[in-house]
Design a binder for this molecule. Structure first.
Ligand SMILES: [Mg+2]
Length: 229
């Protein structure tokens, strides 16, 4: 029995990572930091979950001392910059996402979010792509700094399950990355992976399903889910 889908946000609902990368670079320049993250660098940094954590890792890798306050301020600026880019840009949901959310909701399947990204980023993305506040689509949102340990730790998924009031066996997680897959598996969830621009080619061997996107062949597991629902 499936009672809820639990969605990752970045890379899964939308290919947001390029927008995040650009927002980071703008904020580094605004802060007077001599940092530019190209795609290859960002792909490597995506192994670290959380924007502030990525900045700390990059600083450490480059032997740069950087205090937590500067990281915090630069990251706040980056979040604002990201929101503005979504407002004025062309953010879109990945193929099939809208249909899957709509069809499963019609079957009474609840929708949740379990993400490392911050609530303002979620609101900006959902407003830009679906035209309404995130809490009109998602019954539960577990996000950002609400848990001590970010993915690949299971904490954010466990928080989503607690708020749903459901056991892991009743839910399916949808992810695009190895840290996300690891987090969801550790929470006891079945996981559907749709690799994204930055994760294509990674090893998703522990996933229950790996699908190029949520259209076409992807409808197999979902059709099965809906048939059982
Ligand atoms: Mg992701």
């Amino acid at each position: 029995m499936i009672k809820a889908l639990i969605w990752d946000v970045d890379g899964t609902l939308s290919e947001t990572e390029e927008t995040h990368r650009e927002a980071f670079n703008r904020s580094f320049a605004a802060a007077g930091l001599d940092w530019t993250w190209d795609r290859q660098t960002y792909r490597r940094l995506l192994q670290v979950t959380g924007g502030k954590e990525r900045m700390a890792r990059f600083a450490a890798d480059n032997g740069t001392a950087m205090d937590a306050e500067v990281i915090q301020e630069t990251h706040e600026d980056k979040t604002k910059s990201y929101g503005k880019m979504l407002e004025t840009g062309s953010a879109s949901l990945r193929p099939g996402v809208r249909n899957v959310i709509g069809a499963t909701r019609q079957h009474g399947i609840r929708q949740a979010i379990a993400t490392t990204t911050s609530p303002p980023n979620i609101d900006a993305l959902i407003l830009a792509t679906m035209g309404c506040p995130a809490d009109q689509i998602f019954d539960v949102i577990a996000a950002g700094d609400e848990v001590a340990a970010k993915k690949p730790a299971p904490d954010v998924y466990l928080l989503a399950l607690e708020r749903l009031g459901l056991p892991a066996a009743d839910c399916i997680a949808i992810e695009d990355s190895v840290p996300g897959l690891t987090a969801a598996r550790a929470a006891g969830l079945r996981v559907m992976v749709t690799p994204s621009l930055y994760t294509d080619g990674d090893d998703f061997g522990t996933a229950d399903w790996v699908l190029p996107d949520l259209t076409g062949p992807l409808l197999d597991p979902l059709a099965a889910i809906l048939a059982r629902a």
